[in-house]
Design a protein. Structure first.
Length: 245
C-alpha cells in the first residue's frame, strides 16, 4: 500500500471528520487515552519505565522469540525491562507490513528496543546503512546481540537519548514506535528530533495504538511535517507517514 492511496490528514469529509486527525481537540472515543500523551501516571513515571537509562527490573532469565518476515525467520533475544519482551508486538508488525525501505541509503530505528524493526529493515535493504538507537542500555545491548544473531552486517546499535547518538547524521528513513507511557513531552520531542535528522525528501514513520491517542500523535506530526498521511491501520493500530515534499 502506498501513501498516495492513503487517507490524507488534511481535507476530510464530514463523514470522516470524527476519525480524522484534527488540530483542535480529540473525539470522545480518544478522550480516555489522551492523558497518556499529556503526562505520566505514578505507574508510568520515567524511573519505572523501559524508556529509561536505568531499567528498573533485573534482566531475569533471557529468552528468545521468533519472528517471520517474507519467508525468513528471525531470532530475537529479549529480557525483562524492555518493551514487548514476550514477542514482536502488533504495532511493530503493522509498521513492517506498511513500510518499504525502497532505495533509502540511511535508516534510523529510533527507540529500537531489542531491535526487530531495525534488524528486519536492514535485512530487506542490505545496501542501506541502518542505525538502531535506544536510551535503555539493556535494550541496546540486546539489539546489538540480535544484529549479530541474525547476520545483518549493515546495521549498528548506539545507546543514548533520542537522536543524540547520531547528531551529525541525516537519514532517508526514520521509524518510531513511540514510548507512549513516557508522556506527551517525551513523544513530541522524539518526533521533532526525528524531523531534524531527516535528509531532504526523507520519510518518517510512526505507529501507535488507536486507543492510546494515535490520532492525537498525528496532530502533533501535522505541526512538524508539511504532509502527514495515514498509510495503514489494523489490529487497533495506525501507521502514519510524515514528509516535507
Amino acid at each position: 500500500m502506498t501513501a498516495a492511496a492513503s487517507p490524507r490528514l488534511r481535507g476530510t469529509s464530514r463523514r470522516d471528520a470524527p476519525t480524522s486527525p484534527r488540530l483542535r481537540g480529540t473525539s470522545r472515543r480518544d478522550a480516555p487515552a489522551s492523558p497518556r500523551l499529556r503526562g505520566t501516571s505514578r505507574r508510568d513515571a520515567p524511573a519505572s519505565h523501559y524508556f529509561s537509562p536505568a531499567p528498573p527490573d533485573p534482566p531475569g532469565r533471557p529468552r528468545v522469540v521468533r519472528f517471520q518476515d517474507r519467508g525468513r525467520e528471525y531470532r530475537f533475544h529479549t529480557a525483562a525491562g524492555v518493551f514487548s519482551r514476550g514477542g514482536v508486538d502488533r504495532g511493530t508488525r503493522l509498521m513492517l507490513e506498511a513500510v518499504d525501505p525502497g532505495d533509502a541509503a540511511t535508516v534510523l530505528d529510533l527507540g529500537c528496543g531489542y531491535g526487530p524493526v531495525g534488524v528486519v529493515i536492514a535485512a530487506r535493504a542490505p545496501r542501506a546503512r541502518v542505525v538502531l538507537v535506544d536510551i535503555n542500555p539493556r535494550a541496546a545491548a540486546l539489539a546489538a546481540a540480535n544484529v549479530r544473531e541474525n547476520g545483518v552486517r549493515n546495521a549498528e546499535v548506539r545507546t543514548g537519548d533520542g537522536c543524540a547518538p547520531v547528531d551529525a547524521m541525516r537519514f532517508d528513513l526514520v521509524l518510531l514506535n513511540p514510548p507512549i507511557r513516557a508522556g506527551r513531552s517525551a513523544v513530541v520531542r522524539l518526533v521533532r528530533d526525528a524531523r531534524a535528522h531527516l535528509a531532504p525528501a526523507g520519510r518518517f514513520y510512526l505507529v501507535a495504538r488507536t486507543s492510546q491517542g494515535a490520532r492525537s500523535l498525528a496532530r502533533c506530526m501535522n505541526e512538524v511535517f508539511e504532509r502527514v498521511s495515514e498509510i495503514e491501520r489494523g489490529g487497533g493500530f495506525r501507521v502514519y507517514e510524515g514528509r516535507d515534499v
